[in-house]
Design a protein around this ligand. Structure first.
Ligand SMILES: C[S@@+](CC[C@H](N)C(=O)[O-])C[C@H]1O[C@@H](n2cnc3c(N)ncnc32)[C@H](O)[C@@H]1O
Length: 253
């Protein structure tokens, strides 16, 4: 993983997925690269200089993208090993479940936004995807959308780039539904994860942000409503591991 803001394009060939392209966003992307490297459409609406959260900190909306970028730059080299350590490998099971919902067919065009570790990549932003309308069969985003400054804009972009009939699938941390597990999870998140981050990746602050950002993300029901507000239909979700994560699904009809 190399930078804040990333997408991977995959094509299904019948035996497996082949990676077509991976793209990422760098801070200053909008101002230094008008139009974007792939002719990105820029939203006409100016960003409002209002405040938002960055973990438990309050920051201006302008600042947030750069701060998120720093987090993922900082953790990139140890990102995969940290995921295995923090989740005891369970993140791989969650991701397999996400893929299992996809039922790809030969030729399926998948856009995996916030793709993480990757090889060949170009610049992009979940809020302003550099792709034409009605282009993909499936849009996935795993542990990415909570980092986006304007989740509603990212959802609208997902809706725009999907073909009619296309499917939106999101794997994200969510709200734990069992009080005892919730208490243990909080203890683990706030007392253990930043320590692991410091020991393994030499980066307490980024992992502090990670656990704080999870607490800022909407509940399963609230996120479902946001997906519906973006125009998706037949929106459903499945909570996994007592709601530590959830998979949301919706269709562009
Ligand atoms: C926690 S990682 C998730 C990586 C991978 N999907 C996974 O499940 O392991 C979050 C990713 O979101 C990307 N990201 C953050 N803000 C973004 C934005 N505005 N647009 C696109 N990607 C973004 C980061 O660069 C990082 O690669």
């Amino acid at each position: 993983m190399a930078a804040s803001g990333s997408c991977v394009l995959w094509s299904y060939c019948g035996h497996g997925w082949s990676r077509v392209m991976w793209c990422c966003r760098l801070p200053g992307f909008r101002s230094s690269w008008p139009g974007g490297p792939l002719g990105a459409r820029h939203l006409s609406e100016e960003k409002r200089a209002t405040e938002t959260h960055f973990g438990f900190e309050t920051v201006s909306e302008e600042e947030k993208g750069g701060k998120v970028y720093q987090v993922f730059e900082s953790v990139a080299k140890k990102y995969d090993v940290m995921n295995d350590m923090m989740s005891l490998g369970i993140h791989r099971v969650w991701k397999d479940l996400l893929l299992g919902k996809m039922h790809p067919f030969p030729g399926t065009q998948l856009l995996d936004v916030a793709g993480g570790t990757g090889l060949a990549w170009v610049l992009g932003d979940a809020e302003e995807l550099p792709f034409d309308d009605d282009k993909f069969d499936v849009y996935t985003i795993a542990f990415g959308i909570r980092n986006v400054t304007h989740i509603d804009r990212a959802l609208q972009e997902a809706h725009r780039v999907l073909k009619p009939g296309g499917r939106f699938l999101c794997l994200e941390f969510s709200q734990v539904n069992n009080p005892l597990i919730s208490r243990l999870y909080d203890l683990y998140s706030f007392q253990v994860i930043p320590v692991l981050g410091e020991v393994i990746a030499g980066d307490w602050k980024s992992y502090q942000y990670l656990v704080e950002s999870i607490r800022q993300f909407p509940s399963q029901e609230e996120f479902k409503e946001m997906i519906e507000d973006a125009g998706f239909q037949k929106v459903t979700y499945e909570s996994l591991t007592s709601g530590i994560v959830a998979i949301h699904s919706g269709f562009k009809l």
